[in-house]
Ligand binder design. Sequence first.
Ligand SMILES: CCCCCCCCCCCCCCCC(=O)SCCNC(=O)CCNC(=O)[C@H](O)C(C)(C)COP(=O)(O)OP(=O)(O)OC[C@H]1O[C@@H](n2cnc3c(N)ncnc32)[C@H](O)[C@@H]1OP(=O)(O)O
Ligand SMILES: CCCCCCCCCO
Length: 457
Amino acid sequence: MKALSPVDQLFLWLEKRQQPMHVAGLQLFSFPEDAGPKYVSELAQHMRDYCSPVAPFNQRLTRRLGQYYWTEDKHFDIDHHFRHEALPKPGRIRELLSLVSAEHSNLLDRERPLWEAHLIEGIRGRQFALYTKIHHSVVDGISAMRMGMRALSTDPEERELPPVWAYEPKKRSRSLPSSPVDVASSLARLGAGLSKQAATVPGLAREIYKVSQKAKKDENYVSIFQAPDTVLNQTVTGSRRFAAQSYSLSRLKVIAKAFGCTVNTVVLSMCGHALREYMISQNALPDEPLIAMVPMSLRQDDSAGGNQIGMILANLGTHICDPANRLRVVHDSVQEAKERFSQMSPEEILNFTALTMAPTGLNLLTGLAPKWRAFNVVISNVPGPKEPLYWNGAQLQGMYPVSIVLDRIALNITLTSYQDQLEFGLIACRRTLPSMQRLLDYLEQSIRELEIAAGIK
Ligand SMILES: CCCCCCCCCCCCCCCC(=O)SCCNC(=O)CCNC(=O)[C@H](O)C(C)(C)COP(=O)(O)OP(=O)(O)OC[C@H]1O[C@@H](n2cnc3c(N)ncnc32)[C@H](O)[C@@H]1OP(=O)(O)O
Ligand SMILES: CCCCCCCCCO
């Protein structure tokens, strides 16, 4: 048995019917030239043949004394985890997004390993898709991306590739103990981990004191109670709407260079513009800027599993009309947070994140203080592969992240990349965010605006 880390467990504690805590990737493939009519059915059979998965795909939850552990599922049933489905006609991307919206609304079964893979055929234009869903307690965006990429090849001729659940993790930071004696060693390791965490307390106290002093005079500092009350921050239902689109990464790189900022700052500015326009269209733009929670990877090794993320708060400048001024506000707030983290060790960043997010976490768990809002929206950037990839000869055309909505945080914008495409996946509560697809057009519009502001076009 292997004990889950406190961060991994958080995603289990937070889960409820209206707040599923799984994430997913939607991969779109084009058929190889020589594919016959049975190509997808044969692929499905090939995948079903891998019915003895490796960790974490063979691990289910068990709970002892309030602590969650992973343990091997002795009754693993591939037909529960792997599903072969078809879209209703006419099989447009619209039907595919509807299917993903519906699937992403369903909770994973906690009696079994927390993942499902859906192979979807019937898509117009000789395409098929793979929607792979896995609990956030098992992976973060970077580890999900690493797992997903291991199952693909740069060689279009390579065939008989095993599915993602058949690959051994490249490197594990800790081995998986399996006997009862190992439970004790797990607890000992947990204790050792806690004392390592405890060792960060003096540095952390110093940092929190410094932050509280700085916050008094630094206008770029984003406080944990600054996020305004907006239409995004209402109670959510369990039903989801998914929208996705690709944008050109090289266009963003040119903008970033022109403004002397990072690509991620350009992404956040685009989201600031899109949210501003969306809220204006709803007659609901607040006077104060929206605040985004932006995960930052703390992963230092090549390990594939679990969550290793810190979180920063970014001012999205939604109160500012001018795109260049908005970008500067975003840049300054992100820089301020990055500089703070650059003084800390990964343990200190984790603890700092836990402390600053505690009021939000407590509220998510209890619903007692809905005004304790640290952020309005989650915006997560998970860089992906640069080279063209293939799966049994089928070329990967696009890969869209599908993340989580939280109670009173009804929208999550996660993006990944593939070759020169930035792949945005927007997931929202269906009831809270009508016409969410408009955000995709506003994102495109914001690229043009930034290009004009930078004198590029
Ligand atoms: C088993 C499952 C199978 C599934 C198969 C499919 C998997 C599909 C994954 C789905 C996954 C959903 C699951 C979400 C669940 C969470 O979202 S969990 C949270 C995950 N998020 C993270 O961990 C955050 C990771 N990101 C970061 O740490 C940083 O923000 C970033 C993205 C590195 C940006 O940092 P920054 O310091 O502001 O720097 P920036 O200059 O923007 O970027 C650094 C470099 O990367 C480049 N860059 C920035 N963004 C990108 C980008 N998106 N792409 C490429 N390059 C980029 C920049 O151009 C720059 O390059 P150089 O100029 O150095 O050459
Ligand atoms: C205490 C708040 C935790 C919210 C975590 C959301 C992470 C989503 C990005 O993957």
